[in-house]
Design a protein around this ligand. Structure first.
Ligand SMILES: [Zn+2]
Length: 128
């Protein structure tokens, strides 16, 4: 899902009471004021980030919604990062064992070649 900051900020409004308690109402008013401003989207985004960064609860909520694509920080600076992670590069581990004893070896990287049993000097077999 590719949320824009503005969409995420609109989506947060119903959650404000749970996140901020008594401060929800003023926050929601201020957000609506920002949405109604006749300025360009980038300016609105900066003001939204400033507002929602005032509280850890709303800042964290926004970060979760934006899935780490756009980290909101205090001061209105947009920091792009890759919290999503590069799971493509991480293969599941493959387990090997010696057929003769209980020597085990784990292959964690794709390019690794299975080692040999140090005791029997034989090829290890896959053990899943
Ligand atoms: Zn062995």
């Amino acid at each position: 899902m590719n949320y824009s900051i503005i969409e995420a900020a609109k989506a947060i409004i119903p959650h404000l009471p749970a996140l901020l308690g008594k401060q929800a109402e003023p926050m929601s008013q201020r957000l609506r004021t920002v949405f109604d401003k006749q300025v360009d989207e980038a300016q609105i985004e900066i003001e939204i980030i400033d507002l929602l960064s005032e509280h850890e609860a709303t800042r964290a909520w926004m970060n979760a919604q934006l899935q780490g694509e756009k980290e909101t920080t205090k001061g209105g600076t947009l920091v792009f990062n890759e919290l999503g992670g590069n799971s493509d590069n991480v293969q599941g581990a493959t387990y090997y064992k010696c057929p003769e004893c209980d020597y085990r070896w784990t292959k964690t990287l794709d390019w690794q070649t299975p080692t040999r049993c140090p005791t029997h000097d034989c090829d290890l077999i896959e053990d899943n």
